[in-house]
Design a protein. Sequence first.
Length: 147
Amino acid sequence: MRLASNHARASTLARRRSLRRGVSLLEAVAALAIVGATSAGVLAAVGAGTRTAARARHAHEAESLALELHASLAVQSEATLRALPDSLAAGRFRAPFDGYTWRARVRPDATAPGLYEVRVDIDWPSGSQSLSTAFYRRATAIAAEAP
């Protein structure tokens, strides 16, 4: 009878060990699932941050390019603003900004002589940005001399 009881005890220990191994495997699978889900979340956050940084870089470059064009339009004469030449109306920037194109529109304000509405649009493959302002050109009067 003692032999049967030892055999039963050994059998019970063997079952516990196999059950323990199964639980360890289940724990390992659960841990891998948790690590995988966390890693996916972290990678998504890093990807979103990278995309945001790229959008911010494009917006900053476009703003700088628009200000550069704005400055070149600001020094133009009234005659040039009235009939904007093609070289000032649209174009593509040189490298390293060759991914950006631009359009400039200048319209005289109908209510105020000498006032011009200016709009510069910067476009790139994934977006665009605009800068609008107004220029004033004082009318030049030529005084007629009396004889």
